[in-house]
Design a protein around this ligand. Structure first.
Ligand code: F6R
Ligand code: MG
Ligand code: MG
Length: 372
C-alpha cells in the first residue's frame, strides 16, 4: 500500500491574496527534496494555486500519519517565517494553532489522502483550488462518478456499471453518511446540493477494492469560529481501468459552476479551470480557480505533473467564467452574488449587525416623530 497525501496551506500571499511568492515555493521544494532524501517520503513535489502551497507526497506511513503531517506543519512554519520576513500578506494565515499535536486535524492546513495498492499503471489527478470551499467538489464528483451524461463508462464499462459509494460529511453536525449510488442518487443530491454544509469526503468503487477519490473537507471558519480566509480545498481522483477515464474526470470542469468564495469569501462566482501559470486570482479576489495536475504513480514515484487544464478545449469554460463573473458582479452587494445570510455567519457582518441591534423596532410601533 502507498499513500498519496496532498497537504496545503496559505502561509502568506503575494500580492494580497493572489499568489505564492517564489521564495516560499523554493523553500517548500527544498524541504520536500530533503524529506525524500531522508526516506520519509518516497517522492514529493510542490505546487501552488492562488495563495496556497500544496505539498504532493507519496509515502508508506498511511493517512493521518504523524511524521508526514508533522513534516508538512514544519514546512508551513518555515514558509510562514519567510513570508513574515518579506512582509507578505496574511503570513501564517492558515496555521490556526501554536502547537502541532499528532496530526493536522483542526489545525488549519487542509489535506486529502488516499491509500491504495498501486496498479500496473496508476494515473491520478490532483486538483487544487483557490478562493472557494470544499463543497466546490460536490458537483464535479457527482458528475464524474454518478452521471452517465458525463461519464459514459458508467453505462459502457462492466467494472463501473454497479456504480460508486459516496461518503458525505455534515460539517455542521460533524456526522457522516455513505450513499450507495445509483440506488440512492436522489437522497444524496438532497444533501450535497447544499455544499456549504454537506461535502463529499471520499468515493469508493463498488466493484474494485479501491478508493477512487478523496477531498480535503475542513471548513476553516468552523474551526476558528470566524472568517479566516476560504479553505481552498484539494482533491485526489484516481483514473482509468474501472475508474473514470482522465477525460471523464476533467469533463465536469468544462462547466464553470458557481461556488462560494471570491472576494472576502462571501460571493458566488464561477470556478475557472486554468493552467498553473494562470492560477492567480486577482479580479475581485477571484474568480475562484482550479488546477488539475496529472501524475502517473510508478513504484510510488510521481511521474509528472501534466498541467491538464492548459488544454485549449477549456478555453470556452474560461470565457463562460468571465462572462458569468461580469453578470454576477453587476449585482454588487445583492444576493445571489453575495452569499445568503446564513453563510455570512462567520464574517464580520455579525459584528456590524450588533451595532444596529437596538435600533430595530416592532413594525406595529408608532412611527418615529419627524423632526420639524
Ligand atoms: C478570499 C480572501 C480575500 C480577503 C480580502 C480582504 O478568500 O481571503 O478576499 O477576504 O482580500 O482581506 P483583508 O480583510 O485581510 O483586507
Ligand atoms: Mg490568503
Ligand atoms: Mg487561498
Amino acid at each position: 500500500m502507498i499513500t498519496l497525501s496532498v497537504i496545503k496551506a496559505d502561509t502568506g500571499g503575494f500580492v494580497g491574496h493572489s499568489a505564492v511568492h517564489p521564495d516560499l515555493l523554493e523553500a517548500a521544494h527544498v524541504a520536500v527534496n530533503g524529506a525524500v532524501a531522508d526516506g520519509l517520503l518516497i517522492d514529493g513535489t510542490v505546487a501552488a494555486c492562488g495563495d496556497d502551497i500544496s505539498l504532493i507526497m507519496t509515502h508508506e506511513h498511511g493517512a493521518n500519519a504523524e511524521p508526514v503531517h508533522g513534516f508538512a506543519w514544519n514546512t508551513f512554519l518555515h514558509t510562514t517565517e519567510i513570508a513574515k520576513r518579506l512582509g507578505l500578506y496574511g503570513a501564517g494565515q492558515d496555521l490556526l494553532s501554536d502547537a502541532f499535536s499528532g496530526n493536522l486535524r483542526g489545525l488549519g492546513p487542509g489535506y486529502a489522502e488516499l491509500e491504495f495498492t498501486e496498479r500496473p499503471s496508476e494515473p491520478v489527478i490532483c486538483f487544487l483550488a483557490d478562493k472557494t470551499e470544499p463543497g466546490a467538489w460536490n458537483l464535479p464528483l457527482y458528475k464524474i462518478f454518478a452521471d452517465p451524461f458525463n461519464t459514459p463508462g458508467l453505462v459502457i464499462d462492466a467494472k463501473m456499471h454497479a456504480g460508486f459509494k459516496f461518503e458525505v460529511y455534515d460539517l455542521q453536525a460533524e456526522k457522516k453518511i455513505t450513499f450507495d449510488c445509483p440506488r440512492e442518487l436522489y437522497e444524496m443530491l438532497m444533501y450535497i446540493g447544499a455544499p456549504s454544509r454537506y461535502v463529499v469526503h471520499a468515493v469508493h468503487s463498488k466493484t474494485l477494492p479501491e478508493q477512487a477519490a478523496a477531498t480535503s473537507t475542513q471548513r476553516l471558519s468552523l474551526i476558528a469560529g470566524k472568517y479566516v480566509g476560504k479553505d481552498d480545498p484539494v482533491m485526489i481522483v484516481r483514473c482509468q481501468s474501472g475508474l473514470p477515464a482522465v477525460g471523464e474526470v476533467l469533463e465536469p470542469f468544462a462547466f464553470p459552476h458557481a461556488v462560494a468564495g471570491a472576494m472576502r469569501g462571501s460571493h458566488h462566482a464561477p470556478l475557472m479551470p486554468v493552467g498553473v501559470d494562470a492560477a492567480h486570482p486577482s479580479r475581485f479576489d477571484g474568480p475562484p480557480r482550479v488546477v488539475a495536475l496529472g501524475f502517473q504513480i510508478t513504484n510510488g514515484r510521481l511521474i509528472g505533473p501534466r498541467d491538464l487544464f492548459t488544454d485549449p478545449s477549456f478555453d470556452r469554460a474560461r470565457a463562460i467564467a468571465n462572462e458569468a463573473m461580469d453578470y454576477l458582479r453587476r449585482h454588487g452587494p445583492f444576493e445571489p452574488h453575495r452569499l445568503g445570510l446564513e453563510d455570512l455567519e462567520y464574517t464580520t457582518m455579525r459584528q456590524l449587525e450588533d451595532r444596529l441591534i437596538n435600533r430595530w423596532q416592532p413594525m406595529a410601533s408608532p412611527p418615529l416623530p419627524v423632526p420639524m
